[in-house]
Ligand binder design. Structure first.
Ligand code: ATP
Ligand code: MG
Length: 441
C-alpha cells in the first residue's frame, strides 16, 4: 500500500538529533522547545500572561478583524462550512481571536492594561516555499488598554530581547507610523494623486488596489511598481500633531533603551484600525521570506469587533523562520538520559522495569532498553544514548538485589546494591554530573 504523505505546506517537527546518521529534512523539536521556553521566560518576566484561543473561529471574525481587502482574507483563508452549516475558518493569525476572547470574556472589566501572549499554529493557503507554509506557527503578544507610547516601546523591546536571547544576529528593525484615521485619509488622497498618472505602469494587483486599498501598493514586490513608489509622498509628512507626538516619544524611548531602528515610511498596513506605530524585524539570512516579526498599534480593532474602544499594540513572530535561523546557527543536540538500563532474562527484565521507575520517581532521566537482545547490542545502544552511566541487570543481580554500574566514558564498572543506590540518588546524580563535566573538558 502507498503510504499517505503529509499535505503540501505542512511540516513534521521531529526530535531530529536523536536519529544519528540520518540527514532528516525536517525541523528539530529541541530548537522549537528552546524558542518556546525562552519566550515563556522573557514574556513571563514582563508580566505577560499566556492565552489560548481556539484554532478555528467564525469566518466573519477574520473578515471583520483582518479585512476583506487583504490577501489573508481575500485569498489565503482555510474556510469551510461545518455540519451545522456554520462558516468556520482555521485561524490565519492570532490577534483577531485574542481580541474576540477579550471582548467575549469582558477582560476589559478588570480595568487597566491586559498583557497577553500566545503561541500556536496558524493556517494560510499560500504557495509553500522556504519560510512560507500553509500551517505555520507564531508567538505573539497583545497589550490591550494602553495608548501610552511606552506600551509600543515595551512590546518592541520584548521582541528584540527575545530574538537577542536566542542569539540571533543580522537583524534589521524597521519602524514607521501610520498615524490615525484622519492622517491616513489625507495621506491616502496624496498617494492616489501621486500614483494615478502611473496607473498603466503598475502591476495588476496594485492597479486594482489604487481604488480599494492604495496604501498596500507600497509593499508591492513588483520591481516596476517599487520604482514608481520610490518617490511617492511619505506618510510621515502627513502625521497630525497628536500622531507626531506619539511617534516622537516612541523614537526617543527606543533610543533611550539602545534599540537601533531604521525608519521606513513605506511600511504600512492598509486597514483603518491600524494606527500609529508599525514595525517589522527582518533577517538578512532568510532570502525572500525575510520578515521574522511584524507588529504595531491597532487602536481601532477592539471597537471594530464590537468591544469598547480600547487602544492596543502587539506583534507576531513567525516560528518557522526563526527556527530556520537558529538551526543554521546551532545544530540541534540530542537529549541524553542520565542513565541507560540494560537487562536480560525474565527476572532481570521485570526488576529493571521497576528500578527504572523508582529512579525516575527520584528525579533521574532513565532510558530502559526494551529490546531483549544480547547484552553486547544493548551496550552499543547505551553508548549511543549519550547517558553518563549504564546500569546492568542480569538474573543474577536481580535475585541478589544488586546492579552493575558501568560509567560509559571511563569504562569503570562497579557492583552495588540497588537499595543503596536508591537511598542515595543525590550522590549518584552528583557522580553523573562529574562524569559529564569530564566529557565537556
Ligand atoms: P509575509 O509578507 O511574509 O507574507 P505577512 O505580512 O503575511 O508576512 P504577518 O501577517 O504580519 O505576515 O505575520 C507575522 C509573521 O508570521 C511574519 O512576519 C512571518 O514571520 C510569519 N508568517 C506569516 N505567514 C507565514 C507563512 N505562510 N509561513 C510561515 N510564516 C509566516
Ligand atoms: Mg503574507
Amino acid at each position: 500500500m502507498e503510504p499517505i504523505q503529509s499535505l503540501p505546506g505542512t511540516e513534521d517537527i521531529l526530535p531530529k538529533a536523536q536519529f544519528v546518521g540520518q540527514d532528516l529534512k525536517v525541523a528539530d523539536i529541541h530548537t522549537w522547545q528552546r524558542v518556546e521556553a525562552t519566550a515563556r521566560d522573557i514574556l513571563g518576566r514582563a508580566a505577560y500572561r499566556e492565552i489560548r484561543t481556539p484554532t478555528f473561529e467564525a469566518t466573519s471574525l477574520f473578515e471583520r478583524g483582518i479585512g476583506e481587502a487583504t490577501d489573508v482574507v481575500g485569498k489565503e483563508m482555510y474556510s469551510f462550512k461545518d455540519k451545522g452549516d456554520r462558516g468556520c475558518t482555521l485561524r490565519p493569525e492570532g490577534t483577531a481571536g485574542v481580541v474576540r476572547a477579550y471582548i467575549q470574556n469582558s477582560l476589559y472589566a478588570q480595568g487597566g492594561v491586559q498583557r497577553l501572549w500566545y503561541t500556536g499554529p496558524m493556517f494560510r493557503y499560500e504557495r509553500p516555499q522556504k519560510g512560507r507554509q500553509r500551517q505555520f506557527h507564531q508567538v505573539g503578544v497583545e497589550v490591550l488598554g494602553s495608548a501610552d507610547p511606552r506600551a509600543d516601546v515595551e512590546v518592541i523591546a520584548l521582541a528584540t530581547d527575545l530574538l537577542q536571547a536566542l542569539g540571533l544576529t543580522n537583524l534589521t528593525f524597521y519602524l514607521n507610523s501610520v498615524g490615525d484615521k484622519g492622517d491616513r485619509a489625507r495621506y491616502r488622497e496624496a498617494l492616489v494623486d501621486y500614483l494615478t498618472p502611473y496607473a498603466a505602469d503598475l502591476d495588476a494587483d496594485s492597479r486594482d488596489r489604487l481604488s480599494r486599498n492604495p496604501l498596500r501598493i507600497l509593499d508591492s514586490k513588483d520591481d516596476k511598481t517599487q520604482a514608481i513608489t520610490q518617490a511617492a509622498p511619505s506618510i510621515l509628512d502627513y502625521l497630525g500633531p497628536d500622531s507626531k507626538r506619539h511617534f516622537d516619544q516612541v523614537l526617543a524611548q527606543l533610543s533611550a533603551l539602545g534599540i537601533v531602528f531604521e525608519l521606513n515610511p513605506r511600511l504600512v498596513r492598509g486597514l483603518d484600525y491600524y494606527t500609529h506605530t508599525a514595525f517589522e524585524i527582518q533577517s538578512s539570512d532568510l532570502g525572500a521570506q525575510a520578515t521574522v516579526c511584524g507588529g504595531g498599534r491597532y487602536d481601532g480593532l477592539v471597537d471594530a469587533l464590537g468591544g469598547p474602544v480600547t487602544p492596543a499594540v502587539g506583534w507576531a513572530i513567525g516560528l518557522e523562520r526563526l527556527t530556520l535561523l537558529l538551526e543554521a546557527l546551532q545544530p540541534p543536540v540530542a537529549m541524553a538520559p542520565d542513565i541507560y538500563i540494560v537487562s536480560r532474562g525474565e527476572l532481570a527484565e521485570a526488576n529493571a522495569l521497576q528500578l527504572a521507575q523508582k529512579l525516575r520517581h527520584q528525579g533521574l532521566a532513565v532510558e530502559l532498553d526494551l529490546s531483549g537482545s544480547a547484552f553486547g547490542k544493548q551496550f552499543k545502544r547505551a553508548d549511543r544514548s549519550g547517558a553518563a552511566a549504564c546500569l546492568i541487570v542480569g538474573d543474577d543481580e536481580a535475585s541478589h538485589g544488586t546492579v552493575q554500574v558501568k560509567w560509559l566514558v571511563s569504562g569503570e564498572q562497579i557492583s552495588c546494591s540497588q537499595a543503596s543506590l536508591l537511598s542515595d540518588v543525590d550522590g549518584f546524580l552528583q557522580q553523573i554530573h562529574n562524569a559529564r563535566l569530564k566529557v565537556a573538558m
